[in-house]
Design a protein around this ligand. Structure first.
Ligand SMILES: *[C@@H]1O[C@H](CO)[C@@H](O)[C@H](O)[C@H]1NC(C)=O
Length: 333
Protein backbone atom coordinates (compact mmCIF):
# COMPACT_ATOMS: atom_id res chain seq x y z
CA UNK A 1 0.00 0.00 0.00
CA UNK A 2 2.73 2.42 1.08
CA UNK A 3 4.78 1.33 -1.90
CA UNK A 4 1.92 2.00 -4.27
CA UNK A 5 1.33 5.40 -2.71
CA UNK A 6 4.91 6.61 -3.04
CA UNK A 7 4.95 5.29 -6.58
CA UNK A 8 1.96 7.43 -7.49
CA UNK A 9 3.47 10.43 -5.70
CA UNK A 10 6.59 9.97 -7.78
CA UNK A 11 4.43 9.78 -10.87
CA UNK A 12 2.61 12.96 -9.87
CA UNK A 13 5.91 14.69 -9.34
CA UNK A 14 7.13 13.59 -12.72
CA UNK A 15 3.95 14.84 -14.31
CA UNK A 16 4.27 18.17 -12.52
CA UNK A 17 7.85 18.54 -13.71
CA UNK A 18 6.76 17.77 -17.25
CA UNK A 19 4.00 20.36 -17.05
CA UNK A 20 6.36 23.02 -15.75
CA UNK A 21 8.83 22.22 -18.51
CA UNK A 22 6.07 22.30 -21.12
CA UNK A 23 4.57 25.55 -19.93
CA UNK A 24 7.94 27.30 -19.83
CA UNK A 25 8.58 25.98 -23.33
CA UNK A 26 5.20 27.28 -24.48
CA UNK A 27 5.65 30.67 -22.87
CA UNK A 28 8.99 31.31 -24.53
CA UNK A 29 7.73 30.26 -27.94
CA UNK A 30 4.42 32.12 -27.79
CA UNK A 31 5.42 35.74 -27.37
CA UNK A 32 2.50 37.01 -29.42
CA UNK A 33 -0.57 38.10 -27.47
CA UNK A 34 -3.46 35.74 -28.07
CA UNK A 35 -7.15 36.65 -28.07
CA UNK A 36 -10.09 34.33 -28.56
CA UNK A 37 -13.12 35.21 -30.60
CA UNK A 38 -16.17 32.92 -30.56
CA UNK A 39 -17.74 31.54 -33.72
CA UNK A 40 -21.41 31.92 -34.52
CA UNK A 41 -23.66 29.08 -33.36
CA UNK A 42 -23.61 27.57 -36.84
CA UNK A 43 -19.80 27.42 -36.77
CA UNK A 44 -19.25 30.26 -39.23
CA UNK A 45 -17.57 33.64 -38.94
CA UNK A 46 -18.03 36.85 -40.89
CA UNK A 47 -16.19 40.13 -40.82
CA UNK A 48 -15.32 43.27 -42.72
CA UNK A 49 -11.85 44.57 -43.57
CA UNK A 50 -11.09 48.27 -43.99
CA UNK A 51 -7.79 50.11 -44.29
CA UNK A 52 -6.30 53.57 -44.66
CA UNK A 53 -9.30 55.44 -43.33
CA UNK A 54 -9.04 58.07 -40.55
CA UNK A 55 -9.72 61.43 -42.22
CA UNK A 56 -12.57 62.79 -40.09
CA UNK A 57 -15.09 61.65 -42.67
CA UNK A 58 -13.43 63.29 -45.69
CA UNK A 59 -12.61 61.65 -49.03
CA UNK A 60 -15.71 59.46 -48.85
CA UNK A 61 -14.70 57.95 -45.50
CA UNK A 62 -18.23 58.57 -44.20
CA UNK A 63 -19.85 57.12 -47.33
CA UNK A 64 -17.74 53.97 -47.04
CA UNK A 65 -18.63 53.78 -43.33
CA UNK A 66 -22.35 53.96 -44.11
CA UNK A 67 -22.10 51.08 -46.58
CA UNK A 68 -20.00 49.05 -44.15
CA UNK A 69 -22.84 49.48 -41.68
CA UNK A 70 -25.37 48.23 -44.20
CA UNK A 71 -23.34 45.23 -45.41
CA UNK A 72 -22.28 44.50 -41.83
CA UNK A 73 -25.96 44.14 -40.96
CA UNK A 74 -26.69 41.87 -43.93
CA UNK A 75 -23.72 39.60 -43.14
CA UNK A 76 -24.25 39.77 -39.37
CA UNK A 77 -20.54 40.43 -38.89
CA UNK A 78 -18.62 39.28 -35.84
CA UNK A 79 -15.86 41.88 -35.99
CA UNK A 80 -13.97 44.36 -38.15
CA UNK A 81 -10.30 44.21 -39.12
CA UNK A 82 -8.37 47.41 -39.76
CA UNK A 83 -5.27 47.01 -41.92
CA UNK A 84 -3.73 50.23 -40.54
CA UNK A 85 -3.17 53.87 -41.38
CA UNK A 86 -5.95 54.41 -38.90
CA UNK A 87 -5.39 58.13 -38.29
CA UNK A 88 -4.10 60.54 -40.93
CA UNK A 89 -1.74 62.18 -41.47
CA UNK A 90 0.34 61.47 -38.40
CA UNK A 91 -1.40 58.95 -36.13
CA UNK A 92 -2.58 60.19 -32.75
CA UNK A 93 -0.79 62.92 -30.78
CA UNK A 94 -1.84 61.38 -27.45
CA UNK A 95 -4.67 59.44 -25.79
CA UNK A 96 -6.63 62.70 -25.65
CA UNK A 97 -6.31 63.39 -29.40
CA UNK A 98 -9.81 64.24 -30.63
CA UNK A 99 -9.00 62.52 -33.95
CA UNK A 100 -9.76 59.21 -32.25
CA UNK A 101 -13.41 60.17 -31.90
CA UNK A 102 -13.61 62.35 -35.02
CA UNK A 103 -12.16 59.68 -37.32
CA UNK A 104 -13.39 56.52 -35.62
CA UNK A 105 -16.17 56.76 -33.01
CA UNK A 106 -18.28 59.38 -34.80
CA UNK A 107 -17.81 57.83 -38.25
CA UNK A 108 -18.45 54.10 -37.85
CA UNK A 109 -21.71 54.59 -36.00
CA UNK A 110 -23.89 51.84 -37.51
CA UNK A 111 -25.25 49.25 -35.13
CA UNK A 112 -23.63 46.37 -37.02
CA UNK A 113 -20.19 47.96 -36.57
CA UNK A 114 -20.43 48.04 -32.77
CA UNK A 115 -18.18 44.98 -32.61
CA UNK A 116 -14.49 44.55 -31.79
CA UNK A 117 -12.16 46.30 -34.23
CA UNK A 118 -8.86 44.43 -34.44
CA UNK A 119 -6.33 46.92 -35.77
CA UNK A 120 -2.68 46.98 -36.76
CA UNK A 121 -0.59 50.11 -37.17
CA UNK A 122 0.33 51.63 -40.54
CA UNK A 123 3.27 53.86 -41.43
CA UNK A 124 1.14 56.99 -40.85
CA UNK A 125 0.27 55.76 -37.36
CA UNK A 126 4.00 55.43 -36.67
CA UNK A 127 4.36 59.15 -37.43
CA UNK A 128 2.41 59.99 -34.29
CA UNK A 129 2.52 58.81 -30.70
CA UNK A 130 2.43 55.04 -31.13
CA UNK A 131 2.11 54.26 -27.42
CA UNK A 132 -1.03 56.41 -27.34
CA UNK A 133 -2.68 54.56 -30.21
CA UNK A 134 -1.83 51.23 -28.55
CA UNK A 135 -2.99 52.37 -25.11
CA UNK A 136 -5.94 50.29 -23.82
CA UNK A 137 -7.17 53.47 -22.11
CA UNK A 138 -8.69 54.38 -25.50
CA UNK A 139 -11.25 51.65 -24.82
CA UNK A 140 -12.79 53.90 -22.20
CA UNK A 141 -13.70 56.27 -25.03
CA UNK A 142 -14.62 53.49 -27.48
CA UNK A 143 -14.56 49.92 -26.26
CA UNK A 144 -14.38 48.50 -29.82
CA UNK A 145 -10.74 49.55 -30.22
CA UNK A 146 -8.25 46.67 -30.01
CA UNK A 147 -4.96 47.83 -31.51
CA UNK A 148 -1.67 46.07 -30.93
CA UNK A 149 1.61 45.76 -32.78
CA UNK A 150 1.53 41.99 -33.42
CA UNK A 151 -1.02 39.57 -32.00
CA UNK A 152 -3.21 36.56 -32.72
CA UNK A 153 -6.98 36.27 -32.85
CA UNK A 154 -8.10 32.68 -32.57
CA UNK A 155 -11.61 31.76 -33.70
CA UNK A 156 -11.35 27.94 -33.72
CA UNK A 157 -11.66 27.38 -37.47
CA UNK A 158 -9.33 30.26 -38.23
CA UNK A 159 -6.35 32.00 -36.70
CA UNK A 160 -5.56 35.59 -37.64
CA UNK A 161 -1.92 36.58 -37.22
CA UNK A 162 -1.60 40.37 -37.08
CA UNK A 163 1.89 41.53 -38.00
CA UNK A 164 3.47 44.93 -37.40
CA UNK A 165 4.96 45.58 -40.86
CA UNK A 166 6.06 49.23 -40.67
CA UNK A 167 9.43 48.49 -38.98
CA UNK A 168 10.32 46.16 -41.89
CA UNK A 169 10.52 49.05 -44.34
CA UNK A 170 14.14 50.30 -44.35
CA UNK A 171 13.40 53.61 -46.00
CA UNK A 172 11.44 54.81 -42.97
CA UNK A 173 14.54 54.30 -40.82
CA UNK A 174 17.35 55.52 -43.04
CA UNK A 175 15.66 58.03 -45.33
CA UNK A 176 12.49 59.34 -43.62
CA UNK A 177 12.73 62.74 -45.37
CA UNK A 178 10.48 65.17 -43.48
CA UNK A 179 8.58 62.45 -41.63
CA UNK A 180 9.33 61.46 -38.08
CA UNK A 181 8.73 57.86 -37.00
CA UNK A 182 8.14 56.84 -33.41
CA UNK A 183 10.47 53.84 -33.04
CA UNK A 184 10.31 53.75 -29.25
CA UNK A 185 10.06 50.11 -28.17
CA UNK A 186 10.98 48.86 -31.64
CA UNK A 187 14.63 49.79 -32.26
CA UNK A 188 17.00 48.24 -33.11
CA UNK A 189 15.19 47.18 -36.27
CA UNK A 190 17.03 43.89 -36.95
CA UNK A 191 16.47 42.52 -33.46
CA UNK A 192 12.80 43.50 -33.44
CA UNK A 193 12.17 41.89 -36.81
CA UNK A 194 14.07 38.69 -36.09
CA UNK A 195 12.20 38.18 -32.79
CA UNK A 196 8.88 38.90 -34.44
CA UNK A 197 9.56 36.50 -37.31
CA UNK A 198 10.68 33.79 -34.91
CA UNK A 199 7.51 34.13 -32.83
CA UNK A 200 5.31 34.26 -35.91
CA UNK A 201 6.92 31.21 -37.47
CA UNK A 202 6.49 29.26 -34.23
CA UNK A 203 2.87 30.31 -33.80
CA UNK A 204 2.04 29.46 -37.42
CA UNK A 205 3.73 26.08 -37.09
CA UNK A 206 1.78 25.25 -33.93
CA UNK A 207 -1.54 26.37 -35.36
CA UNK A 208 -4.02 23.64 -36.14
CA UNK A 209 -6.73 25.99 -37.42
CA UNK A 210 -8.32 25.12 -40.76
CA UNK A 211 -7.51 28.64 -42.02
CA UNK A 212 -4.38 30.67 -41.38
CA UNK A 213 -4.69 34.33 -42.25
CA UNK A 214 -1.95 36.93 -41.86
CA UNK A 215 -2.86 40.62 -41.63
CA UNK A 216 -0.37 43.45 -42.06
CA UNK A 217 -0.44 47.05 -43.21
CA UNK A 218 2.05 46.88 -46.05
CA UNK A 219 1.52 45.25 -49.41
CA UNK A 220 3.15 41.98 -50.28
CA UNK A 221 2.00 42.11 -53.88
CA UNK A 222 0.38 45.22 -55.37
CA UNK A 223 -0.16 46.70 -58.81
CA UNK A 224 -0.92 50.15 -57.38
CA UNK A 225 1.02 53.20 -56.17
CA UNK A 226 3.39 51.61 -53.64
CA UNK A 227 3.77 48.30 -55.46
CA UNK A 228 5.30 45.28 -53.70
CA UNK A 229 7.07 45.77 -50.38
CA UNK A 230 10.49 44.25 -51.03
CA UNK A 231 11.38 43.70 -47.36
CA UNK A 232 8.19 41.68 -46.84
CA UNK A 233 8.84 39.55 -49.94
CA UNK A 234 12.31 38.77 -48.64
CA UNK A 235 11.67 38.35 -44.91
CA UNK A 236 8.00 37.54 -44.33
CA UNK A 237 6.75 35.77 -47.46
CA UNK A 238 8.91 32.62 -47.08
CA UNK A 239 7.44 32.07 -43.60
CA UNK A 240 3.89 32.42 -44.91
CA UNK A 241 4.56 30.00 -47.76
CA UNK A 242 6.32 27.37 -45.66
CA UNK A 243 3.46 27.41 -43.13
CA UNK A 244 0.72 27.20 -45.76
CA UNK A 245 -0.93 30.50 -44.94
CA UNK A 246 -4.14 30.91 -46.94
CA UNK A 247 -4.54 34.68 -47.12
CA UNK A 248 -2.36 37.73 -46.65
CA UNK A 249 -4.57 40.76 -46.07
CA UNK A 250 -3.15 44.30 -46.19
CA UNK A 251 -3.83 47.97 -46.82
CA UNK A 252 -1.24 50.67 -47.65
CA UNK A 253 -2.21 51.01 -51.29
CA UNK A 254 -5.50 52.92 -51.36
CA UNK A 255 -7.39 50.47 -53.49
CA UNK A 256 -8.97 47.03 -53.54
CA UNK A 257 -7.19 44.09 -55.14
CA UNK A 258 -6.84 40.34 -55.28
CA UNK A 259 -3.64 38.74 -56.53
CA UNK A 260 -2.90 34.97 -56.47
CA UNK A 261 0.54 33.58 -55.84
CA UNK A 262 1.68 31.49 -58.81
CA UNK A 263 3.80 29.02 -56.83
CA UNK A 264 1.75 28.55 -53.65
CA UNK A 265 -1.90 28.59 -52.48
CA UNK A 266 -1.40 32.05 -50.93
CA UNK A 267 -3.87 34.79 -51.90
CA UNK A 268 -2.99 38.47 -51.53
CA UNK A 269 -5.93 40.73 -50.68
CA UNK A 270 -5.65 44.52 -50.41
CA UNK A 271 -8.36 46.46 -48.59
CA UNK A 272 -7.00 50.00 -48.34
CA UNK A 273 -9.94 51.98 -49.70
CA UNK A 274 -11.20 53.52 -46.45
CA UNK A 275 -10.91 57.14 -47.60
CA UNK A 276 -8.56 58.94 -50.04
CA UNK A 277 -8.13 56.91 -53.24
CA UNK A 278 -7.89 57.22 -57.04
CA UNK A 279 -4.09 57.20 -57.37
CA UNK A 280 -4.20 56.37 -61.08
CA UNK A 281 -1.25 53.99 -60.95
CA UNK A 282 -1.13 50.50 -62.42
CA UNK A 283 2.06 48.43 -62.58
CA UNK A 284 1.66 44.71 -63.29
CA UNK A 285 3.77 42.25 -61.29
CA UNK A 286 4.86 38.63 -61.56
CA UNK A 287 1.91 37.05 -59.73
CA UNK A 288 -1.60 36.58 -61.08
CA UNK A 289 -3.84 39.65 -60.85
CA UNK A 290 -7.49 38.69 -60.47
CA UNK A 291 -9.09 41.96 -59.47
CA UNK A 292 -8.09 45.61 -59.09
CA UNK A 293 -10.21 48.65 -58.23
CA UNK A 294 -8.47 52.00 -57.84
CA UNK A 295 -11.24 53.66 -55.75
CA UNK A 296 -12.79 53.60 -52.29
CA UNK A 297 -14.44 50.59 -50.70
CA UNK A 298 -14.01 47.67 -48.33
CA UNK A 299 -13.91 43.88 -48.15
CA UNK A 300 -15.96 41.18 -46.48
CA UNK A 301 -14.82 37.72 -45.49
CA UNK A 302 -17.14 34.86 -44.57
CA UNK A 303 -15.65 31.62 -43.31
CA UNK A 304 -16.76 28.14 -42.45
CA UNK A 305 -14.40 25.28 -41.73
CA UNK A 306 -14.36 24.31 -45.40
CA UNK A 307 -15.23 27.48 -47.30
CA UNK A 308 -14.04 31.07 -47.61
CA UNK A 309 -15.99 33.82 -49.34
CA UNK A 310 -14.43 37.16 -50.16
CA UNK A 311 -16.24 40.18 -51.61
CA UNK A 312 -15.20 43.74 -52.39
CA UNK A 313 -17.66 46.65 -52.28
CA UNK A 314 -17.48 50.21 -53.58
CA UNK A 315 -18.55 53.47 -51.95
CA UNK A 316 -22.19 52.73 -52.86
CA UNK A 317 -22.02 49.28 -51.28
CA UNK A 318 -22.21 47.59 -54.68
CA UNK A 319 -20.40 44.27 -54.99
CA UNK A 320 -17.44 44.78 -57.33
CA UNK A 321 -15.94 41.32 -57.15
CA UNK A 322 -16.47 37.98 -55.46
CA UNK A 323 -14.13 35.07 -54.89
CA UNK A 324 -14.60 31.85 -53.01
CA UNK A 325 -12.50 28.88 -52.09
CA UNK A 326 -13.21 25.41 -50.76
CA UNK A 327 -10.80 23.57 -48.58
CA UNK A 328 -10.40 19.81 -48.57
CA UNK A 329 -10.00 18.74 -45.00
CA UNK A 330 -8.75 15.25 -45.82
CA UNK A 331 -5.17 16.49 -46.04
CA UNK A 332 -5.27 17.02 -42.28
CA UNK A 333 -5.81 13.33 -41.58
C1 LIG B 1 -16.28 59.66 -53.86
O1 LIG B 1 -16.80 58.54 -54.58
C2 LIG B 1 -17.26 58.82 -55.88
C3 LIG B 1 -17.83 57.55 -56.45
O2 LIG B 1 -16.84 56.57 -56.55
C4 LIG B 1 -16.13 59.39 -56.74
O3 LIG B 1 -16.63 59.73 -58.00
C5 LIG B 1 -15.55 60.61 -56.06
O4 LIG B 1 -14.42 61.05 -56.78
C6 LIG B 1 -15.11 60.26 -54.64
N1 LIG B 1 -14.62 61.44 -53.96
C7 LIG B 1 -13.37 61.53 -53.51
C8 LIG B 1 -13.00 62.82 -52.85
O5 LIG B 1 -12.55 60.64 -53.62
Amino acid sequence: MAGLCSKSVALDLLLLLLLVALSSFLSCSAELRRLDHPLKNDGSLSLLVIGDWGRKGAYNQSEVATQMGRIGEVLDIDFVISTGDNFYEDGLTGVDDKAFEESFTSIYTAKSLQKPWYAVLGNHDYRGNVAAQLNPILRRIDNRWICMRSFIVNAEIVEFFFVDTTPFVKKYWIDPEDDHYDWRGVAPREKYISNLLKDLHQALKESSAAWKIVVGHHTMRSVSDHGDTQELLTLLLPILKSNEVDLYINGHDHCLQHISSKDSPLQYLTSGGGSKAWRGVFTPNADKLRFFYDGQGFMSLQLTKTNANVAFYDVFGRVLYKWSMDKQLDKEM
